[in-house]
Design a protein around this ligand. Sequence first.
Ligand code: GUN
Length: 310
Amino acid sequence: MSARILDGKAIAAAIESEVASAVQDLEKRLGLTPRLCVVLVGENPASQVYVRNKARAAGRVGIRSEIIRLPETSCTADVRRQVEALDADSDVDGILVQLPLPRDVDEAEVMGRLDADKDVDGLTAVNMGRLLLGTNPWAPCTPAGVMEILRRSDIPVEGKKVTIVGRSNIVGKPLALLMLRAHATVTLCHTRTANLEEETRRADILVAAAGRTALLGARHISPGTTVIDIGINRVTSRQEAENFFAGNPRRLEQFERNGSALVGDVHPAEAQECAGAITPVPGGVGPLTVAMLLLNTVDAARRRRTAARR
Ligand code: GUN
């Protein structure tokens, strides 16, 4: 069997065109252009790429965006002051603080200062609480993107067994809440889960968000399962690449050309054989994370600015 590929790039492109129309509509009706500010602290190479992608995507749909770079040596008070300035700026609709922050910056202290109504990432304590209660205006971008891929691919969630591997605040925990709200039966696994294979093999929908290269393979996936791979890991070993891309000459060639390749938390060759559907890495959930950020930013702008007129 060969798994159906869930094309995140195509789904994200469709969402981007919807967001672009919504931006035009806001301009026409209310005379406003949403503005997103992304705060990047330090030099984390992956974060630099993610932040650049977010700003570029914002530009494509007509959202004003800027990246505010603070040095690696910034202290908690420096980052907090930056966030407070953006909170106070009435022309800013959305604020995103790219994570992880440098080790010496207190993440909880910084996120605690972020205005929940501008928190387009949905990661503040207030928005996490709203998510738990079901009163959140929008959801964290990656989990929201997972729900959107499933919805737009006509893969039902209601009544299904969903197993999530990974309990991070950014993905695992909020995704479990969104799945519960969509009437799934949810199992949340982590590094100390006993008999992981037993849990994952029960799943109708299996989500890998553990941050470990190819953690899940054939032995974890029952035939026909929908597999959502949230991991993004760089592989530089040729031997590993030959194993992960067995039977996929195109990816092997790309590896040879670039000297590295991206692999998720799921073994791509093994999942291709036994899953019913899979999100590829790259080109699966990643583009959706960005698209949902754009959607959240437009929503935040509309809510905030129409509330201000009431
Ligand atoms: N780092 C990795 N993913 C994310 C994300 O979705 N939002 C933020 N703020 N930081 C991240």
